[in-house]
Write a protein that binds this ligand. Structure first.
Ligand SMILES: *Cc1c(COP(=O)(O)O)cnc(C)c1O
Length: 388
């Protein structure tokens, strides 16, 4: 069974289990900032805790945060748990990104933050976003923060400019399904050293040093990820996942339980071993993305165009966190591919304001439709030429 995604883990990452890794968090922050053209980077245990910590640091309270209706639900959790209110915006069917015309219409005097997500690695128009923010600031006479969510789009480019290098802050995440992984983990990057320093100090005061239990759990996760996704062993993982409840807490409960909460270790800092894995992954970043681009192109040219299938765009500068096709009969399609040995994902299979805990009575037709129709093919390490 070919997995729907696979972290690119080799012996170099595993070897962090046996090394001291001292000082790796600071080193990871420095190298990450330099790789993605930021002045500073600050590490966190998860992407969501990074977003939460940013809202806390700037003292945001009871404010409106504009964000896409179609994105990872944990982003909305970070907004709510920081004491603020998400305002959802429908997406464009063309590239899954938040519709910027609707953003312009939605901004009002309560809007203090705009979260712009480069969904599935498709860069948003960052120049237009900057103009929208400036106009809003002039109109309402207060700061409007621009946060770019680059969790799918490490190093993606809009017209030659790297995403995340404009606006006030960019967020990245490193769980095992992301472009590069540090087991778990998140990062904020900044162009303004002053704000970065404030966030760092806030983190150091409010996040705990990793407990002994976390250190051990992370080691076990790394080992488990390495073996679970190994091509020879993935058949077993798949069986455990689909036929038994053994892995359920890792797969489903992650963000599909429709409850607004963070994991219990969300405010224990990233540990040095995770950062050491991240550092090694950072070195592979160029190869990883090149491979994803090649695989996306391969699908575009070779995947059979079945009735009703809508293919994703191929865009200059996109990083293809997922290769996403919209299909009319999703479950049937998934079953078909499973029968020929390929696991298909259906990320992201919800529109946040359609979920019970976020229901707001409004309609988000494109986000709802996309959430029901998407399947995604692996773009990771496999030699996908054998699949079609
Ligand atoms: C993964 C992800 C996050 C945050 O992830 P964590 O699981 O909290 O590390 C945020 N936004 C998007 C779009 C993501 O895909």
């Amino acid at each position: 069974m070919i997995p729907r995604f696979r972290p690119w883990l080799d012996w170099e990452e595993l070897s962090t289990l046996f090394s001291r890794n001292k000082g790796c968090v600071e080193k990871f922050e420095k190298e990450f900032a330099s790789k993605f053209q930021a002045a500073e980077a600050v590490a966190f245990p998860y992407g969501r805790s990074a977003q939460w910590a940013f809202f806390k640091t700037i003292g945001l309270e009871n404010a409106e945060v504009i964000m896409p209706a179609y994105t990872c639900s944990v982003v909305a959790h970070a907004v709510i748990l920081s004491g603020n209110v998400p305002r959802f915006i429908d997406i464009d069917l063309a590239d899954f990104n938040m519709n910027l015309d609707l953003v312009e219409e939605a901004i009002d005097e309560r809007t203090r933050v705009i979260i712009a997500t480069h969904t599935f690695g498709y860069p948003q128009d960052i120049h237009r976003l900057e103009t929208i923010v400036k106009d809003a600031e002039n109109k309402y006479g207060h700061k409007v923060w621009l946060m770019q969510d680059c969790c799918h789009a490490f190093g993606a480019e809009w017209k030659g400019k790297m995403v995340g290098t404009s606006g006030d802050v960019a967020v990245y995440a490193f769980n095992v399904s992301k472009i590069i992984t540090s087991v778990f983990g998140g990062m904020l990057t900044f162009q303004d050293k002053g704000i970065a320093e404030k966030v760092r100090r806030w983190r150091d005061r409010n996040f705990q040093t990793p407990k002994w239990s976390k250190t051990w759990k992370r080691r076990i996760y790394l080992l488990a990820f390495y073996f679970a996704f190994h091509p020879r062993l993935y058949g077993i993982t798949y069986w455990l996942k689909t036929k038994t409840p053994v892995l359920r807490s890792l797969t489903d409960a992650y963000h599909l339980d429709d409850k607004i909460h963070f994991p219990p270790d969300a405010n224990e800092r990233m540990n040095d071993m995770e950062a050491a894995v991240g550092l090694r992954q950072l070195k592979k970043y160029d190869r990883i993305v090149e491979n994803r681009r090649k695989n996306a192109l391969f699908y575009q040219e070779n995947l059979e165009r079945r009735n009703g299938w809508v293919f994703p765009p191929i865009r200059l500068g996109a990083t293809y966190s997922h290769y996403v096709v919209r299909v009319p009969e999703r479950e049937k399609t998934i079953k078909h591919y499973a029968s020929i040995g390929q696991e298909i994902g259906k990320l992201i299979q919800y529109c946040i304001p359609d979920m019970r805990s976020y229901y707001d009575g409004k309609k988000y037709p494109n986000a709802s439709r996309t959430s029901r129709e998407t399947i995604n093919f692996t773009v990771t390490k496999e030699n996908i030429n054998t699949l079609i």
